[in-house]
Design a protein. Structure first.
Length: 93
């Protein structure tokens, strides 16, 4: 709130646009002195999209360690097992 007040007090009104994306193209284009596009204003940050993005990030966060760690662990245990078998054969001979 303090920063918003500072900006309002500092920036000249003709150079300041307080914009909410729900207002659509008209205030933005009027401020920029440009024509209003024919298409709808993009609303990509709607709740469904954000929820999907968060779920994908959570899935990736939990899945990538498994993809990386499982082959490394499997290789480690296979090498360890092979080395242990080799030392057991040496003990028998």
């Amino acid at each position: 709130e303090a920063w918003t007040d500072f900006v309002r007090d500092t920036v000249p009104p003709e150079k300041l646009l307080e914009f909410d994306v729900r207002q659509g193209w008209v205030p933005l284009c009027k401020f920029l002195g440009d024509s209003v596009p024919e298409g709808k204003f993009p609303h990509i940050n709607d709740r469904v999209v954000v929820d999907v993005i968060v779920k994908v990030f959570i899935a990736v966060t939990w899945v990538w360690p498994l993809i990386v760690a499982l082959p490394i662990l499997a290789a480690y245990f296979l090498v360890r097992r092979c080395l242990l078998k080799g030392t057991e054969k040496d003990k028998i001979n």
